[in-house]
Write a protein that binds this ligand. Sequence first.
Ligand SMILES: NC(=O)c1ccc[n+]([C@@H]2O[C@H](COP(=O)([O-])OP(=O)(O)OC[C@H]3O[C@@H](n4cnc5c(N)ncnc54)[C@H](OP(=O)(O)O)[C@@H]3O)[C@@H](O)[C@H]2O)c1
Length: 284
Amino acid sequence: MTTYAVTGATGQLGRLVVDALIARGAAPGDIVAAVRDTAKAAGLAARGVQVREADYDRPETLTSAFAGVDRLLLISGNEVGKRLPQHTAVIEAAKAAGVTFLAYTSILRADSSPVGLAPEHLATEQALAAAGIEHALLRNGWYTENYAGSITGALATGTIAGSAGDGKIAAATRADYAEAAAAVLLAGSAGVHELGGTPFTMAELAAEVSRQSGRTVTYTDLPVAEYQAVLVGAGLPEGYAGLLADTDAKIVEGHLDTRSGDLEKLIGRPSTPLADAVASALKN
Ligand SMILES: NC(=O)c1ccc[n+]([C@@H]2O[C@H](COP(=O)([O-])OP(=O)(O)OC[C@H]3O[C@@H](n4cnc5c(N)ncnc54)[C@H](OP(=O)(O)O)[C@@H]3O)[C@@H](O)[C@H]2O)c1
């Protein structure tokens, strides 16, 4: 019997990974949802999943959370700037608990990417290599869901803003990435996976929103500072808005694109088409 653990299992990706593990044959009782707030995991417990407290900021919770776990998925935290110590604590606890395989959700080409989000991921990858645990790097591209707000907003404004020019974005849905993570965890196969879906441009995204909504939607390309201001206007903190706007500009040079085919290979089907992702955003 193999025991699997998923950190951040109450998050949007983590919940889908647990679903995918069960859909692919893991028994709920062989899955540990390692979560910061166990109260949020009542639904998982009701399905027979083991729920254990695991807070990246409280290393004392981590080793006991990973007791008896064979294979662990470390889902990167969502506090940019705090993640390296958090992830290092998880890796050290996993090693101490005798975890034999660890998969980590990184970013496309973390080892060469100029995207501002990449250094924390690369440092985590290096910490993982230094720990000597057999591991897999799930270098995820952008989530298609990142555009959900822009898509629904475009119904009112007729425009989608960005700084991505005519760069290609190999986004895929969280469910696609979750299925890939589950497949890697179940196989226990070490390696580097550059994960992304079928690439599209922002103009193609706008055209798809137009097609489905019946309203003319165009893409407006903005200088980085102006796009940052748009994101701040939408409620994002200044620093994070700057990081995202700068990332958008890196799309022009292809840094969120991949043609690796790794995602399709892992999930055994094509990634979710852009049209489906747009339809789902428009439904909500
Ligand atoms: N590829 C992309 O486009 C993209 C976009 C955004 C983020 N990401 C990265 O991918 C990760 C997963 O995405 P997501 O959509 O599932 O994000 P999410 O819904 O924000 O989930 C993040 C998870 O991390 C958990 N977490 C945060 N701080 C923690 C801590 N100190 N200790 C333990 N758990 C902690 C959260 O716990 P709670 O449930 O208790 O809040 C949550 O379950 C993100 O955290 C981020 O690193 C990728």
